[in-house]
Design a protein around this ligand. Sequence first.
Ligand SMILES: [Zn+2]
Ligand SMILES: [Zn+2]
Length: 138
Amino acid sequence: MPLVQQRRNTTQKRVILQSVEELGCHPTAIQIYSAVRQVLPRTSLSTVYRNLGILVDQEQIKAVKGAGSEIHYDHNTGAHNHIECTVCGRVCDVHANPLEIDTLDPETVSNFIVLEVHMNILGICPECAEQLEKEKLQ
Ligand SMILES: [Zn+2]
Ligand SMILES: [Zn+2]
């Protein structure tokens, strides 16, 4: 690969990683794509997808599946749970885990060896709740 091409790839990857962090609250590839395009207008959507795949493989970010088909990207790679808005699909962090691995009885988990506990909580985000409230008053 020519050096110029290599440099461009490194820059794209850095900007993509930066966008995931700065957008916060688990952006989708499309949201990351439009943020990256503001810095590097020539970046294609397939480049964004490819780099997100690489960053996930390198464990610099995590891919989070919500209830919908869209994949969200998380810069917080530590173990934590998520809550998803059933109205707009936004995914946010839950800073609590009521289901600690140590407290799980083997029988309650069909005698499996538990490796990790992930919870997906569904809810309505503050923005959507406010919007719904407004609509109710009209
Ligand atoms: Zn919402
Ligand atoms: Zn998260």
